[in-house]
Design a protein around this ligand. Structure first.
Ligand code: ZN
Length: 130
């Protein structure tokens, strides 16, 4: 999923998206709560309201899984590499940025984990990335 940045709109999160993602952090263990609340909030900045809605829904729908991973990290030791990624990349909510390859072909790369994808209308594109 790609977050659109709409320069005609405020970069501030909407009150409802802010409330939703701050509330989503409540079930998390106390020692992790503030960190995740700040991370959830930070990712709202610059998103258009429809993207904020999708982001908030994604956070709310996955907070139980995140809580489980935080409460019982030993249960997820086999996924250690995945746990090293940011939470949003683990849930395939990458923060895409447009780039160009050495021959000028456009592609998108996640700012956090380096995952890549190609625009579907690009000649020779074979589907998207993660
Ligand atoms: Zn990523």
């Amino acid at each position: 999923m790609s977050a659109r940045i709409d320069p005609t709109r405020s970069a501030q999160p909407t009150w409802w998206a802010s409330l939703a993602v701050r509330s989503a952090a409540l079930p998390l263990p106390a020692e992790h709560r503030n960190r995740y609340r700040q991370e959830f909030m930070a990712e709202l900045y610059g998103m258009a309201p429809p993207d904020q809605l999708r982001h908030a829904a994604g956070v709310l729908s996955r907070v139980a899984t995140l809580r489980l991973a935080l409460v019982d990290p030993g249960r997820h030791l086999t996924k250690e590499a995945a746990m090293a990624k940011r939470w949003r990349c683990r849930f395939r909510l990458h923060r895409w940025q447009a780039k160009r390859g050495p021959t000028g072909q456009p592609y998108r790369e996640c700012r956090y984990c380096g995952a890549m994808t190609w625009p579907p209308d690009m000649p020779g594109a074979v589907g998207g990335g993660l």
